[in-house]
Design a protein around this ligand. Structure first.
Ligand SMILES: [Zn+2]
Length: 352
């Protein structure tokens, strides 16, 4: 069972989850990851994973996500076999700390808790042994993004969850332990401190939409040539001014700033095209780049801080080194201006 341990010096939680050492290639350096002889995510190997939560395909005739039970799936959702947060009930150990803001009262240095209700799911975006969004066909791409929305809609119904993060790790240097394309959903019954702080900054502290921080940034970038990439009907894309990583890109809504699970069909379709085209652009520039994609959404609870939906994409060029670990100050050798310039060229080919 995973322990959640609080680090009061750095204001962060650590999940101590030894079960994850059983993952394939756990003890190999990422450059030496060995492909499995038999991939459990490929079609025909379904019995090698836990029972599916959902199997679906995209019905082009009706433009809807269609559940299937004949094995002819385009997208498959399964529980994570190696969860960082064990969802099974166990003895509850109450938080041991005396947490207090009052001066003079010592905060217990070893605060810990159990995460009892967290949920972790994998979304396998193709039955074929491919590794990147760039390799998905239209059926797989649409089925994947509508599955994301469907699973987020489902998980938010769980009253014990407070936050859900949908993310993708592509290739070993981005954290993928299996080559076969997949994304992950972490539904948590606690709010990580970084998420809480970001949500406070994004939240509706100011009354009118025109004063929301993220909207102000987006509005400014869209008036500039330098970091703007493209604009569709529902989303805008630009490289943030203080990019920490190569090709760091934000996709932000144009109108509906609500969470991904409330975005309409047209927004989901357009987002899937933007994300896939971004992966094609970086793969035309860098040979098999490792990349991460984070689908940021508001907290599920409390709902008094709605926050905003936006999608963050970046390439793992270089590594987080001692200076970054020690200072949380970043050195980025690839400017957002040159990244945006390259991405713009690719998106010019697209008809939005
Ligand atoms: Zn495979």
């Amino acid at each position: 069972m995973a322990d959640l341990r609080y680090d009061p010096i750095n204001d962060l939680w650590v999940a101590v989850a030894e079960v994850r050492t059983e993952r394939p290639n756990e003890y190999r350096p990422s450059a030496e990851v060995v492909p499995l002889e038999r991939c459990p995510f490929c079609r025909g190997h379904e019995t090698e994973t836990p029972d599916p939560i959902a199997e679906s395909t995209w019905d082009a005739a009706t433009n809807v996500l269609q559940p299937v039970s004949d094995g002819n799936w385009a997208v498959r959702v399964i529980p994570n076999r190696f969860p960082a947060f064990d969802p099974h009930l166990g003895p509850v150990e109450p938080i041991a700390a005396l947490d207090s803001d009052k001066p003079g009262i010592i905060v217990h240095p070893f605060r810990h808790a159990r995460s009892l209700h967290s949920r972790q799911e994998l979304v396998i975006e193709s039955p074929r042994h491919v590794e990147s969004y760039s390799q998905l066909n239209e059926t797989e791409r649409l089925a994947s993004f509508f599955t994301y929305r469907q699973r987020l809609q489902h998980l938010r119904q769980n009253r014990q969850l407070k936050y859900v993060l949908l993310f993708k790790n592509c290739r070993p240097n981005a954290g993928a332990s299996l080559a076969h394309i997949h994304s992950q959903l972490f539904g948590l019954d606690f709010v990580p401190s970084t998420v809480a702080a970001r949500q406070r900054r994004l939240g509706r502290a100011r009354a009118t939409p025109s004063q929301w921080l993220l909207k102000q940034i987006a509005d400014f970038e869209l008036t500039q040539e330098t970091r703007f990439v493209t604009q569709g009907q529902r989303w805008s894309m630009f490289c943030p001014y203080a990019s920490r990583f190569g090709f760091q890109t934000w996709i932000v809504p144009r109108q509906n700033w609500g969470p991904l699970w409330e975005q309409d069909d047209a927004a989901i379709v357009e987002l899937s095209r933007l994300v896939q085209t971004w992966t094609q652009a970086v793969e035309e520039t860098i040979d098999r780049p490792a990349y991460n994609i984070l689908f940021h959404n508001p907290l599920l609870r409390p709902t008094s801080l709605p926050g905003h939906c936006y999608i963050e994409l970046f390439v793992r060029i270089g590594t987080m080194a001692g200076f970054e670990w020690g200072s949380n100050c970043w050195i980025n050798t690839h400017s957002p201006e040159s990244a945006a310039n390259r991405l713009r060229e690719k998106f010019k080919e697209c008809d939005w």
